[in-house]
Design a binder for this molecule. Structure first.
Ligand code: EPU
Length: 431
């Protein structure tokens, strides 16, 4: 067991440096399967979703050399299998990117249905729609997605809903498809653009990533590349929310402020001062936060991955806020845990009605998924007294050195590995 023990009530202050983007790197790593040479990838976050993906690639035959904690060299030329079994793919949602990459390289992929955080039904019909438009046939047998093609050809694809996963996956498969692929109603998230940039750095011809239509001219091969992953928009947003909830003052470094615009605007709306610099943002929280309305939406809208952290902040505002989740149907599971800390939140269907309270109080809570786990840590940091946050393996999927970074800001958080350490941490904090 690993658990965070947190004593709240201290405003977090200082500087924090943001790591590479999880949702970019979990696609960039499978994308190296398409390369005919070694790739060097920098700014890789040291998180468990990345270790899981590296492990899968390693087992498939990729040679991986760590240059340092956040840089690897990866040579996928010796991969000779297009099958990924359930034991491996269940470890993370992003294992679905192996389908697009293997299909691109071998015209054949057999990958078990992906795992990941449970946020409601997470279909992959749009990924399949895209692969089939490129000329592949798909079967789902015994939990395996089996996709194969004689050859892949360019196509015009309209996605029925905006999907990060489908956009990236079809982009991976279409890189080698003969002729031109036009993808419409695509996701525009920064990590979609980053994956396109990575593929282009290897010789792909992808235009329009970050806009409504992506156009791909198929190429015959990709060479190696030396690439640095963009900073993580959601990790940055999480620390920005932490500043707000703890009435702190945090300089969030190594970010692309443009990617944080809509989070910054929301924080300004609720009374925070947000200053933007070239590669940093500073959030200075007021004594009293104001309520607001939030609706999650694909980029450049307000990210669903910031919804739980935002509810925590609004739970401490003076007045009532409304937060509507439009991307995932089951992303309010943490609310019951938050209520145990004294929050006043009611969920009706996809909407949370948040009535601000004066303060939260420490409690033992369980992280139900990655972002909700981070949100509960924020709640605990703002609360009076001691909290325990259990199931932190979810948080470790997506936040590098989370507790260490929080301690650097003056947060009192300890990661305990057994009940004895937990009792010791509780006693220390109680003094
Ligand atoms: N959808 C479909 N059919 C599909 C694909 C998606 O109906 O074929 C629906 C989903 O059910 C959802 C919506 O479309 O309602 C958007 O899903 P999307 O495909 O964009 O999500 P995803 O690819 O499964 C990625 C991130 C999530 C992030 C979402 C939305 C990765 C590995 N995961 O998931 O990240 O919440 O995009 O931005 O990139 C996280 O980091 O905590 C996380 C959950």
């Amino acid at each position: 067991m690993e658990k965070f023990v947190i004593t709240g009530g201290t405003p977090l202050k200082g500087e924090v440096t943001i790591s590479g983007a999880k949702n970019a790197v979990v696609a960039i790593l499978p994308a190296t399967i398409l390369a005919e040479d070694v790739c060097r990838i920098e700014n890789i976050p040291n998180i468990s979703d990345v270790s899981a993906m590296i492990n899968i690639l390693n087992i498939m035959g990729a040679q991986i050399k760590y240059i340092n904690k956040n840089t690897i060299e990866i040579d996928t030329r010796h991969i000779n299998s297009y099958v990924v079994e359930h034991e491996l793919s269940k470890q993370l949602r992003a294992s679905y990117y192996l389908i697009g990459a293997l299909l691109g390289r071998f015209n054949h992929a057999e990958v078990a249905m992906p795992g990941g955080c449970y946020l409601g039904v997470r279909p992959i019909d749009q990924h399949i729609k895209g692969f089939e438009a490129l000329g592949a046939t798909t079967r789902i047998e015994n939990g395996m997605v089996k996709v194969e093609a004689e050859s892949l050809h360019g196509a015009r694809i309209y996605f029925d809903n905006v999907s990060v996963g489908a956009t990236i996956n079809v982009m991976l498969a279409a890189t080698f498809a003969e002729g031109r692929t036009v993808m419409e109603n695509v996701a525009k998230e920064p990590h979609v653009v980053d994956v396109a940039n990575f593929l282009n750095s290897m010789g792909a011809r992808i235009r329009g990533a970050g806009m409504d239509v992506i156009r791909i001219e198929g190429v015959r091969k990709l060479h190696g590349s030396d690439y640095a992953v963009i900073p993580d928009q959601i990790e940055a947003g999480t620390f920005m929310a932490m500043a707000a909830a703890t009435h702190g003052d945090i300089l969030v470094r190594n970010v692309i402020p443009k990617h944080l615009e809509c989070i910054s605007l929301k924080l300004r709306e609720i009374g925070c001062e947000v200053r933007s610099y070239d590669d940093a943002v500073r959030v200075i929280a007021p004594e009293k936060l104001l309520p607001t309305r939030v609706r999650t939406y694909p980029y450049p809208g307000f990210p669903t991955d910031m919804q739980p952290q935002t509810v925590v902040v609004l739970a401490l505002a003076g007045g009532s806020s409304v937060v509507r989740e439009t991307i995932f149907e089951n992303r309010f599971k943490y609310v019951d845990e938050l209520k145990r800390m004294g929050a006043d939140v009611t969920v009706e269907s996809n909407t949370a009605f948040v009535h601000g309270v004066k303060g939260l109080s420490g409690a033992d809570v369980v992280a139900p998924d990655l972002r909700a786990g981070a949100a509960l840590v924020i709640a605990a940091l703002s609360a009076e007294g001691v909290s325990g946050v259990d199931k932190i393996e979810y948080i470790q999927r997506g936040y590098e050195d989370f507790d260490q970074k929080i301690r650097g800001l003056g947060g009192r958080i300890t990661c305990v590995k057994n009940p004895r350490d937990e009792r010791k941490a509780m006693l220390r904090y109680a003094q």
